[in-house]
Design a protein around this ligand. Structure first.
Ligand code: UTP
Length: 289
């Protein structure tokens, strides 16, 4: 029987060097797109998908994330006194039930694989989701919800994938594809950041995963890979002989908010998607272009 996905891991312990100096004291995941920090979009996507337990892998300088998902009694009282119901709802909606969020710490940023491994005790022996907040996805229904529906049918390991231009394969984990029906692709191998000439395909993994807990066995014995980091891709690849691996071409658009241009594009796209802003933003854009 295919077990339901109830838990999600949010690795937020990276250094965000591409956004310095903005990320010197502020976590990258707290950078806002329109009026919500990146991490809130990811948490909302997970809530919509039916996730019940939210596991954050944090590091130094990340207390703003914990505060963001906590209650703020002073602010609530002050908004209440001013009768600002809209703002009050906006901050109350963020807060999850007590005990639904847990935090674990990655003491040093040794890579995404290592960050996920830090959550092994919280995840335990069940399939779980991983969401990277800097991959922001505009999709209805949300990307993780689409994935959970497919996972309920096919099980195994499932990641969100996207076709990228061949010259960009060295930024992603790439699938070595065996089957492909245009929506779901099966893989017999994975390669982390291959040079364009060596890439087995152009189908790349983006920041949404549903994995079986077996990946922790592989992470337990993982050695540093590309860039000297413990790579999640390598650990997932080693499970392929035992566990089916699929990529889902989700319905929606992904914005890479880990780089400056992608972040700016996401700000524009999300503002244009907001009924309360789109008209003004469109007029503004015409003025500049
Ligand atoms: P990135 O590869 O974007 O790294 O991580 P980064 O450190 O955040 O950013 P740059 O490259 O220095 O600008 C992808 C995701 O994995 C998390 C990050 O927080 C981000 O959500 N991560 C990465 C960790 O939690 N720990 C790590 O050791 C590395």
């Amino acid at each position: 029987m295919i077990k339901r996905v109830r838990k999600a891991v949010f690795p937020v312990a990276g250094q965000g060097t591409r956004f310095l100096p903005a990320t010197k004291a502020l976590p990258k995941e707290m950078l806002p797109i329109v009026d919500r920090p990146l991490i809130q979009y990811a948490v909302d996507e997970a809530r919509e998908a039916g996730i019940e337990e939210f596991i954050f892998v944090t590091g130094r300088n990340k207390s703003a994330i914990e505060d963001h998902f906590d209650r703020s009694f002073e602010l609530e009282r002050s908004l209440n006194e001013k009768g600002n119901a809209e703002a009050l709802k906006a901050i109350r909606d963020i807060v999850l039930e007590p005990g639904q969020i847990t935090y674990t710490r990655q003491q040093s940023p040794l890579g995404l694989g290592h960050a996920v491994w830090c959550a092994r005790h919280q995840v335990g022996n069940e399939p779980f989701a991983i969401l990277l907040a800097d991959d922001l996805i505009l999709a209805r229904p949300g990307c993780l919800k689409q994935m959970i529906e497919v996972h309920a049918e096919i099980g195994g390991n499932l990641v969100a994938v996207e076709d990228v231009p061949r010259e960009q394969t060295d930024r992603y984990g790439i699938l070595d594809v065996t089957t492909d029906d245009g929506r779901i692709a099966g893989a017999k191998g994975l390669v982390e950041k291959p040079k364009p000439a060596d890439a087995p395909s152009t189908l790349s993994i983006i920041g949404r995963y549903i994995l079986q807990p077996d990946v922790f066995d592989e992470l337990n014995r993982a050695k540093p890979g590309a860039g000297g980091e413990i790579q999640l891709t390598d650990a997932m690849a080693r499970t392929i002989p035992r566990i089916a691996f699929h990529g889902l071409r989700f319905d929606g658009k992904r914005y890479d908010c880990g780089n400056r241009a992608g972040f700016l594009e996401a700000s524009i796209a999300f503002a244009l998607d907001r009924p309360d802003m789109q008209e003004r933003v469109r007029a503004m854009l015409t003025k500049y272009v």
